[in-house]
Write a protein that binds this ligand. Structure first.
Ligand SMILES: O=C(CO)[C@H](O)[C@H](O)COP(=O)(O)O
Length: 232
């Protein structure tokens, strides 16, 4: 899975919060026809964030419909209680929030032990320094560029220095994902800062053709993703 993600940099990951759940099979078909390399599932519990979305049951059902890898972003207060369900549901990457688990090392290690990519997410107000001690235990750092809970919000450029710091300190090994307000106008700043996974909700699902939307994002980001990072 790590190899798959590194090979596909810049990775455009459609944020499934924004898809049409009334027609999920059609959405899966459109995403796969667009060759988007990673599904980003936004799980919300109505407690850690002020919104509820879906859970492992829906993800497990969708797992049977596509072979494209799944990254689940747990915006929930007690991720440790649910990680095994998401492994069983077929998620190849699991990301949870530092704000929910201030001592995340044990949970990151438990995820890695199951051969699943371990991700740590930080909210816009959380400084990079809070995550830094745990980078050795993560495969992926997800930097939120909106306050989590809803799609369609404006990108917060003030998070860009966190991406720069993470890339400088962790080098090319760490996958850095940026989530919230990622669009043709904002993606190149994220790529220049050092991100290599770009979670995109509105900028994919508001478009008629996901392939064109994805290709546009790749071309805006692509030239900025470092040559060593690409395909390494
Ligand atoms: O985690 C999220 C919100 O909590 C979503 O992934 C994110 O907001 C994507 O949607 P958009 O691209 O429309 O901002």
């Amino acid at each position: 899975m790590l190899q798959h993600l590194r090979q596909h940099r810049p990775v455009i990951a459609p944020s499934m919060l924004k898809c049409d759940f009334g027609n999920l099979q059609a959405e899966v078909d459109r995403i796969d026809a667009a060759n988007l390399p990673l599904y980003h599932w936004d799980v919300m519990d109505g407690h850690f964030v002020p919104n509820l979305s879906y859970g492992a049951m829906l993800i497990a059902a969708t797992r049977k419909r596509t072979s494209t890898p799944f990254d689940v972003h747990l915006m929930i207060s007690d991720p440790a209680a649910y990680v095994d369900e998401y492994v069983k549901a077929g998620c190849e990457a699991i990301t949870f929030h530092l704000e929910a688990v201030p001592e995340p090392r044990e949970l990151l290690q438990a995820i890695r032990k199951q051969d699943v990519v371990a991700g740590l997410a930080i909210n816009p107000n959380t400084p990079f320094e809070a995550a830094e001690p745990f980078l050795q235990d993560c495969d992926l750092l997800l930097v939120m560029s909106v306050n989590p809970g809803f799609g369609g919000q404006a990108f917060m450029p003030e998070v860009l220095p966190k991406i720069q710091q993470a890339r400088k300190i962790a080098g090319d090994e760490l996958l850095i994902s940026v989530d919230g307000g990622v669009a043709a106008e904002t993606i190149s700043d994220c790529a220049v800062a050092g991100a290599d996974i770009f979670v995109a909700g509105s900028s994919i699902f508001d478009h008629d053709d996901y392939g064109i939307a994805g290709a546009r994002l790749v071309s805006q980001a692509g030239s900025h993703v470092s040559a060593t990072a690409k395909g390494s």
